[in-house]
Design a protein around this ligand. Sequence first.
Ligand SMILES: Cc1cc2nc3c(=O)[nH]c(=O)nc-3n(C[C@H](O)[C@H](O)[C@H](O)COP(=O)(O)OP(=O)(O)OC[C@H]3O[C@@H](n4cnc5c(N)ncnc54)[C@H](O)[C@@H]3O)c2cc1C
Length: 289
Amino acid sequence: MIPGRFEYHAATDVDDAVRLLAEHGADGKLLAGGHSLLPMMKLRFAEPAHIIDINGIADLRGIREQGKALVIGPMTTESAIIDSELLQRRCPVLPEAAQLIADPQVRNRGTIGGDALHGDPGNDHPAVLMALDAEFVIRGRKGERSESVDGFYVGPYLTALDDGELVTAIRIPTPAEGHGYAYCKFKRKTGDYATAATCCLLEMEGDTCRRVRLTLTNVGPTPLRATDAEALLTGSEPTAERIEQAAQAAMSICNPAEDLRGSPEYKTHMAGEMTRRAIHKALDRARRG
Ligand SMILES: Cc1cc2nc3c(=O)[nH]c(=O)nc-3n(C[C@H](O)[C@H](O)[C@H](O)COP(=O)(O)OP(=O)(O)OC[C@H]3O[C@@H](n4cnc5c(N)ncnc54)[C@H](O)[C@@H]3O)c2cc1C
């Protein structure tokens, strides 16, 4: 339970963090809230020789509206997301999901960036950000680039981020006024990771679903986007039969590992149930405006 030896660096600004990352390459690791990195270091699953602390960089925190997008600093804590009046109004699925993460101690320190960039398929933000069509703004030695969240996750703890890069912002196209949303998470107890969870975002035009996003947490090596399920609902009336077909389509892409949370069959079953609930809840909210 004692981590290996490492050298600690406190980055003063984004340029300094990029410089430190470039200097230490694969031996350097960014420290955000520390709630995933430190446990991994204590278990010696990660043994970075250099820790680059980005907690002192004010530019990496905060939530703002910029044109038709919401821009969130990666160092924004879960608690700040839950308390954000702007997100509650414009993008309520993010506070809803953040409220289901861990416990108050973790939420006060853990950040949306750390959660989304760790690559843990059990983390909740990746699926939610994928449903929101979000993108990561990334800085490295070669300058700035953007990467869509959809396609960013390559495997467990493997992302499209290169050594020497840090995420400086999460950009989300502002969801349409009156959209329906839900993040339904099944967990064994308060504070646990998801056995299975589904994020549903939808826009209605009368009785027809104009646009749907369905994404799943912890039922595969990465967060999953249920595109066949989305297609079944898009452009049609979401009858009970179609919702059931969508839930079945979502279950068909699940490939969870067996662990203490249950067998692959059980987790897949729960993913179907979370999908039904998320669609119904999102529809209900969209219909109420
Ligand atoms: C008891 C417990 C229960 C938990 N339950 C849940 C849960 O139910 N759902 C859930 O989603 N999470 C859960 N977590 C994880 C928690 O949300 C973590 O806080 C989160 O995964 C990591 O965020 P962090 O800010 O602590 O990041 P850190 O642990 O500091 O960093 C995580 C990783 O992200 C990298 N990183 C951080 N910021 C950047 C950046 N800007 N650019 C590039 N890379 C970056 C770091 O280098 C590191 O590799 C739980 C944690 C604990 C301890």
